[in-house]
Design a protein around this ligand. Structure first.
Ligand code: AMP
Length: 218
């Protein structure tokens, strides 16, 4: 069973993807993580990410398919976070999975109003040492500006800075909304209100995945 988790920047999709993948033993594929890894050695990608833009759709698709062939060749029980973001990426993934006898079973869109997401982003801090994410409102560090895990310094991600956030939202509104409508027409989309406590959202997502798993087994 394969799941796609969509959502705007700061919709909470990373947090929920982590909870869901642990709960159902899913392979968590985050294209944000793949992109950040590529950025370590590719200044062009680093500049794209830091400015809040998207990597050309076919380029990241190629990296995702390569990644799958290497790390998850059975193509089963994968939770895709941040991919696909374009209809063309959805079709490429769908065709790839189908060619290997598998499918995209569920698409979940985690929805939050833009003002809520922007407020969340401004409260988000990342450890410059280990990458752990904190939020001064929902997950504050024990000591201001210091990582609980490794004592590293907490910084704001470049793509969480105001100019980049604006660009990220523009891309989301242009491309991902189009994809959400497309998945809706296909009939495998569930929209979930992401403007609630983490545990409440996690419970709803768990239910959706549990049901999809049952359908998949029947
Ligand atoms: P995220 O952590 O999901 O917000 O992703 C961080 C950055 O990685 C994005 O702003 C893009 O530059 C890049 N990225 C992630 N997923 C995709 C995708 N599906 N298509 C194009 N670029 C992507």
């Amino acid at each position: 069973m394969n799941i796609v988790l969509l959502g705007s920047p700061a919709s909470g999709k990373g947090t929920q993807a982590e909870i869901l993948s642990k709960k159902f033993n899913l392979f968590h594929l985050s294209t944000g993580d793949i992109a950040r890894k590529l950025a370590e050695t590719d200044p062009r990608i680093k500049e794209i990410i830091n400015s809040g833009k998207l990597i050309p759709p076919e380029e990241i698709t190629m990296h995702v398919l390569d990644f799958l062939e290497n790390k998850k060749p059975d193509l089963r029980d994968i939770l895709f976070e941040g991919f696909p973001r374009f209809i063309s990426q959805y079709e490429a993934l769908d065709n790839f999975l189908k060619s290997k006898g598998d499918d995209i079973d569920v698409v979940i869109s985690l929805e939050v109003p833009m003002d809520v997401a922007i407020k969340r982003i401004s409260a988000r801090w990342m450890c410059s040492g280990c990458g752990e994410i904190f939020n001064t409102e929902s997950k504050p560090p024990k000591s201001f500006g210091v990582c609980d895990k490794c004592s590293g310094t907490l910084v704001q991600r470049d793509d969480d800075k105001p100019e980049a956030i604006k660009t990220r939202f523009e891309y989301y509104l242009q491309n991902t909304k189009e994809l959400i409508d497309y998945a809706d027409v296909k009939g495998n989309l569930t929209k979930v209100n992401g403007d609630r406590p983490i545990e409440e959202i996690a419970k709803d997502l768990e239910e959706i995945v549990r049901k999809a798993k049952e359908d998949d087994q029947n």
